[in-house]
Write a protein that binds this ligand. Structure first.
Ligand code: PRP
Length: 212
């Protein structure tokens, strides 16, 4: 039997996912060692292989079939727009994609003027403003600490993830509009889904049951 390969998103998502996998009897040796620089972990009994990757790379590994299965946030799935199947909502990593800014930006946002939107998610932001709001905006791609942008005058608003809302509050910003809810999802390569339908189906069923 060949190994099924699972790409995990490095960090908290990987930790929560491995905890869930261990509840269904899947245990990859070595993942508990935080200091290790090892990249691939194997569960010999279940013939599964796990590796850790940066979030945006997970849909890429899955789309090309280098991983059969991936665990990744819905934000990343939407942003990357790869041809993959999204098969299960894991329910953790819950947060929201929002348009945020100072309260004073509300007016500019609804005025129809061309405003600037700073974001790590240019595709999600473009899609939201073009297709849902029918509004022309200037998207500015940033790489982190997005909340800075409206504070220092780079943009009127941001399109970013809000979890607890404390980053916004501490910086005098607010949610102006909600784009969509987010959480961790299981994604599957389209060919693997056909070729390994039984094993992948069973794995998804077991994960779904463990979530209840
Ligand atoms: C994310 C996001 C917000 C923050 C939201 O940033 O971009 O800044 O978390 O969380 P909160 O609502 O609980 O405050 P992250 O910490 O991933 O780092 P980044 O700024 O480098 O994107």
């Amino acid at each position: 039997m060949r190994y099924l390969t699972v790409a995990l998103t490095k960090g908290r998502l990987a930790k929560d996912t491995l905890r869930l996998f261990s509840r269904i009897g899947i245990e990859a040796a070595g993942t508990e060692d935080n200091d290790s620089r090892k990249l691939i972990f194997t569960d010999e009994k279940n013939k599964l292989r796990f590796f850790m990757a940066k979030g945006p790379d997970v849909p890429t590994y899955v789309a090309y079939g280098a991983a059969d299965i991936g665990i990744v946030g819905r934000d990343t799935i939407l942003e990357e727009g790869r041809k993959i199947y999204e098969v299960l909502d894991l329910g953790f990593g819950k947060c929201r994609m929002c348009i945020c800014g100072p309260e004073s930006a509300r007016e500019a946002l609804s005025s129809g003027k061309v405003i600037r939107v700073a974001t790590k998610y240019p595709n999600i932001a473009r899609d939201y403003f073009m297709r849902r709001r029918h509004q022309t905006v200037e998207i500015i791609k940033m790489n982190g600490s997005i909340e800075l942008a409206p504070i220092v005058g780079l943009s009127e608003v941001i399109c970013d993830i809000v979890e607890t809302g404390s980053t916004l509050r501490e910086n005098g910003l607010a949610v102006l509009e909600e784009v969509c809810p987010l959480s961790a999802r299981v994604v599957v390569n389209q060919v693997s889904m056909k070729m390994e339908n039984e094993r992948i189906g069973e794995l998804i069923t077991n994960l779904r049951e463990a979530l209840q």
